[in-house]
Design a protein around this ligand. Structure first.
Ligand code: PLP
Length: 266
């Protein structure tokens, strides 16, 4: 009897940093992919020694090894989308951009990770230019928080109409769609996440959750990448990603000695 090969499952690749504490980075990404029913692939761009109180050390793998991880994933799996997180150095940004240039049709969700909530620096200052010119124009969805958006634009952003202007300025950097996360903006008891691309835009308002959560940005960008892999367009993927992070925040728990929570991925 001939056996019919089962179709390969949809895969999503995260190119990001490892968090030894299991709350952010690659570890959060893989949990998010699993919760969405897609196969998770990972290329480690940086390793952090980290717990709920902060980052104690950072190590970057050799560039050739990072490239080998990315190429190995594309060589074998049905990669439907890519999520990019912590890239640490300009050299890593360049290497990832070069590797992705071979796969121009795969949508990329770019979380422009720069500084952790704990204050730890996750991207060298001199890497900002490479991120702006080499990665952002390649992004299908760019997901900056407020401090990241301010560094990318070189100016302060305040709530309301100014945030709308910032969203337009961020789009002018070349990503297809931009989701400006509102968690760091002071808009009273609400968090307003703003999204825009050429065809769609929305402002998502939700009551602020009283949680000192770790890994929310990683989880959001991974959920968006998973939804893109499942067939959503960018705006729908962002809405679904926001809803997923809200559920994961409600299920958050405290695995370390600090008050910082890690999201729950059911
Ligand atoms: N560690 C790694 C490897 C990350 O990629 C990130 C954020 O993207 C963080 C830590 C910081 O996460 P948070 O700011 O949510 O604590």
């Amino acid at each position: 009897m001939t056996q019919v090969a089962a179709p390969r499952p949809r895969s999503v690749l995260t190119i990001a940093g490892s968090d030894s504490g299991g709350g952010a980075g690659i570890q959060a990404d893989l949990k998010t992919f699993a919760a969405h029913g897609v196969h998770g692939l990972s290329a480690l761009a940086a390793l952090t020694a980290q717990h709920t109180r902060g980052v104690t050390a950072v190590h970057a793998p050799p560039i050739a090894f990072l490239r080998a991880q990315i190429d190995a994933c594309f060589d074998d799996f049905d990669v439907r989308s890519v999520k990019i997180g912590m890239l640490a150095t300009a050299e890593i940004v360049e290497a990832v951009a070069d590797a992705l240039a071979l796969h121009p049709d795969i949508p990329v969700v770019l979380d422009p990770v720069m500084i952790a909530t704990s204050g730890a620096k996750l991207l060298d200052d001199d890497a900002l230019g490479a991120l702006r010119t080499r990665m952002i124009p390649r992004a299908h969805v760019l997901t900056p928080n407020l401090p990241e958006a301010e560094l990318l634009l070189g100016r302060d952003i305040s709530a309301g109409a100014d945030a709308e202007d910032a969203l337009a300025a961020l789009r002018a950097l070349g990503a297809h769609g931009v989701l400006l996360k509102g968690g760091h903006l002071d808009e009273g008891d609400e968090v307003v996440d703003r999204y825009a691309d050429a065809d769609a835009q929305f402002a998502h308002r939700a009551p602020r959750l009283d949680i000192d959560g770790h890994g929310t940005g990683c989880t959001l960008s991974s959920a968006i990448a998973a939804r893109l892999a499942l067939g959503d367009d960018a705006a729908a993927a962002c809405r679904a990603g926001i809803a997923y992070v809200h559920r994961a925040m409600r299920d958050a728990y405290r695995p370390g000695r600090s008050e910082v929570s890690v999201l729950g991925h059911l």
